[in-house]
Design a protein around this ligand. Structure first.
Ligand code: TYM
Length: 331
């Protein structure tokens, strides 16, 4: 049995990238493995949310996790800040994380560009906090999208360094995981890059989106004038639409439009209409469950309390052992 950990920052609603990159893989593991899934609210402080926004976002994401199929009876579903042991492990790991390696991290460089007026120490040490999230349960598998690969590499570095420094074999090496496949990057709708909440208006399709919004966003997706020769390579924006179709439409639909492209008969308007309808079909059950669970305040609070207790049990054990290893012995 593997120990599985994954998390999502509460900075907006869940989108198809979160679902196909991380959640879907996680959900399919919850029957067989020891699974922890959390809401990374400490991490979200790096962008300075207001207290009201933070609390509302955490609640919304918790509801969306449940609506997406996370089962709080099978998995431990919790809020990161309910388990302060994580911040103690973060402190220990920071003592053996070097400025140079943290500064070289791609996500740090991206953040410097995105928020040049708020380059705080939390951004720099984001990878050690993420390593603490994973190592606190001594996880071996971490279902995430491709954008988290480097963070996982750093987690292994920090865990191995701890083991070497104290001459122990305590932390296992966690691997980024996607069921039997490569890690994925789900593209967005604006022509380039990944689907993401901070990648521009209209770029992401959220599980909670209403059909009208999905149609509007998809019809605005970037395309081009169409191929001029048979079997022409697809430019990025077109590849992106095909990749989205691959995840939400049937294989027959995908092949139909692929054939149209290869024979230069593609009409992007028709393709986008079909893509929008397939996205609506795909997201509708989520949207309905989100609405139902949102109105059940008591259930959501119960889930959060249950998760807190289970996660704390595992985290407290690790912290007890880590303190002992580091040399903080009881008097
Ligand atoms: P976050 O909140 O940006 O995204 C949550 C998860 O969704 C995946 N994801 C994607 N996958 C494929 N295509 C996309 N377009 C796409 N967009 C997002 C991410 O890869 C991620 O798996 N640092 C993490 C949160 C975190 C975490 C952890 C994850 C904190 N501690 C410990 C795993 C284990 C983050 O910012 O993810």
């Amino acid at each position: 049995m593997e120990t599985v950990v994954s998390g999502i920052r509460p900075t907006g609603n869940l989108h198809l990238g979160n679902y196909f990159g991380a959640l879907r893989n996680f959900i399919s593991m919850q029957n067989e493995h020891n699974c922890y899934f959390f809401i990374a609210d400490y991490h979200s402080l790096t962008t300075h949310p207001t207290p009201q926004d933070l609390h509302g976002n955490v609640r919304q994401i918790l509801v969306e996790y449940l609506a997406a199929g996370l089962d709080p009876e099978k998995s431990t579903l919790y809020i990161q800040s309910d388990v302060p042991e994580v911040s103690e492990l973060y402190l220990f790991l920071n003592m053996n994380a070097y400025i140079g390696e943290l500064e070289r991290c791609t996500s740090f460089k991206d953040k410097i560009r995105q928020q040049p007026n708020n380059v705080n120490a939390g951004l720099l040490t984001y990878p050690t906090l993420m390593a603490a999230d994973i190592l606190i349960h001594r996880a071996t598998k971490v279902p995430v999208g491709k954008d988290q690969e480097q963070h996982l590499e750093m987690t292994r570095t920090f865990g191995n360094r701890f083991n070497r420094l104290y001459n122990v074999d305590y932390f296992p090496e966690p691997q980024a995981f996607n069921f039997g496949q490569e890690l994925v990057k789900i593209p967005g709708l604006n022509g380039s890059g990944k689907m993401g909440k901070s990648e521009g208006e209209g770029n992401a399709i959220f599980l909670a989106d209403e059909p009208g919004d999905i149609r509007k966003k998809v019809m605005k997706a970037v395309t081009d004038a169409g191929p001029t020769e048979p079997n022409q390579a697809k430019p990025e924006a077109i590849q992106n639409i095909f990749q989205l179709m691959k995840v939400v439409s049937t294989p027959e639909t995908f092949e139909y439009f692929d054939e149209k492209y290869n024979t230069c008969q593609i009409r992007y308007g028709d393709m986008k209409k079909q893509l929008a309808e397939d996205m609506i079909l795909f997201t509708t059950p989520f949207r309905e469950r989100i609405k139902a669970i949102l109105s059940d305040e008591e259930y959501v609070s119960k889930v959060a309390r249950m998760g807190k207790n289970k996660a704390q049990e595992s985290a407290a054990k690790t912290i007890r052992e880590v303190r002992e290893i580091v040399g903080f012995k009881k008097f």
